[in-house]
Design a protein around this ligand. Structure first.
Ligand code: UDP
Length: 268
C-alpha cells in the first residue's frame, strides 16, 4: 500500500491528496482548539460526528442549489471533496448576539438581532483572524466584487435553510462560520462552499432549555461536549442503528450548574 500525501494539517482536519486530480480527502480529527489555538484539547468522537453532520448539511444545501466542494463521505472520519483555492475570508452569519460581537459592541448574549448580520474576518492565524470590512476585501484583492455578491447571497440562503433545518429539531441557530473556495474552468472561476459545517463552527442552542450544543461547551469549560455534539447528530437522525433508540434523552444536568454559573465567559 502506498502512503498518501498529506497536503495540510489544520486545527481540526488533515487534508490528503485525493484519488483523482482535483480531489482532496478531508480527515476529521478529535482535536479541538479555541481562542486562536491558545486552548487545546480533544473531544472524543468529534471527528466522526462532524464528518457525518457536515456531510448531511452539505448534501442538503446542494439539493437547494448551493454549489459545494463535497463529493462523498468515504468512511467514519473522511470525506472526498473538490480541491479549490480557499478564499482567505471567514464569513460569519449571526442571528442572535453571542461570542465576539457581545464583547466588541457590549450587546447582551442571547439578544435577537434586528436582522441577520454578515461579518467578514481575514483568515490569518498570526493576526488572530481580524474583523474586516468589505472595502478591505476589494482593496487587497482577497475576492472580487462579483465573488462577494455570490458569497453574500449564498450565505443568506444557507442561513435561511439552516435556520429551518435546525428549528425543525428544536435547535436555535445563533451564528455560524462559512468558508468558500474558488474553482477554475478555463478562463472562468466560480466560488463554492468549502470547509465544513458542524457544531465546531456554529452556535446551536436548544430551543426550549437554552442549553448550548456546540463548541462553546469546550471554550467555556462547561463539560458535556461529546454528548452535545452527539445530540445534534441524533436529532438530525444521523445516529440510526447506534443509540438513538426511543426514550433516549440528552442529560446535561450534571453540567447545568456550571452552565448557569458561566454568565461571564472568559475574556479572549
Ligand atoms: N467561528 C469559527 N471559527 C473561527 C471563528 C469563529 O468557526 O475561527 C464560528 C464560531 O463557532 C461561532 C461564529 O463563528 O459560531 C462566530 O464566532 P465569534 O466571532 O463570536 O467568535 P468566538 O467568540 O466564537 O471566537
Amino acid at each position: 500500500m502506498t502512503r498518501r500525501r498529506q497536503i495540510y494539517e489544520g486545527k481540526a482536519k488533515i487534508l490528503y491528496e485525493g484519488p483523482e486530480p482535483g480531489t482532496i480527502i478531508q480527515y476529521f480529527k478529535d482535536d479541538a482548539t479555541a481562542f486562536n489555538a491558545e486552548k487545546k484539547g480533544t473531544i472524543n468522537g468529534k471527528g466522526v460526528i462532524n464528518n457525518r453532520i457536515s456531510e448531511h448539511v452539505f448534501s442538503r444545501l446542494s439539493h437547494i442549489g448551493i454549489p459545494t466542494h463535497f463529493i462523498r463521505r468515504l468512511n467514519m472520519r473522511e470525506q472526498l471533496v473538490r480541491q479549490c483555492e480557499i478564499v482567505p475570508i471567514e464569513v460569519v452569519v449571526r442571528n442572535v448576539a453571542a461570542g465576539s460581537i457581545t464583547k466588541r459592541l457590549g450587546i447582551e448574549e442571547g439578544e435577537q438581532l434586528p436582522h441577520t448580520l454578515i461579518e467578514y474576518y481575514y483568515k490569518d492565524d498570526a493576526l488572530g483572524d481580524p474583523l474586516i470590512a468589505e472595502e478591505h476585501i476589494a482593496c487587497f484583492g482577497w475576492a472580487s466584487n462579483e465573488e462577494m455578491q455570490d458569497i453574500s447571497s449564498m450565505a443568506i440562503r444557507i442561513n435561511d435553510f439552516m435556520c429551518g433545518m435546525f428549528a425543525a429539531i428544536d435547535v436555535r441557530l445563533v451564528d455560524f462560520k462559512l468558508e468558500f473556495g474558488r474553482i477554475y474552468d478555463g478562463d472562468f472561476s466560480r466560488v463554492i462552499l468549502a470547509d465544513e459545517i458542524s457544531p465546531d463552527g456554529c452556535r446551536l442552542w436548544d430551543m426550549n432549555t437554552g442549553e448550548k450544543l456546540d463548541k462553546d461547551r469546550f471554550r467555556r469549560d462547561l463539560g458535556g461536549e461529546e454528548e452535545a455534539y452527539r445530540e445534534v447528530a441524533r436529532r438530525l437522525g444521523l445516529l440510526q442503528g447506534e443509540d438513538n433508540g426511543p426514550g433516549e434523552v440528552l442529560d446535561l444536568s450534571s453540567h447545568r450548574n456550571k452552565l448557569r454559573g458561566s454568565a461571564n465567559p472568559p475574556k479572549k
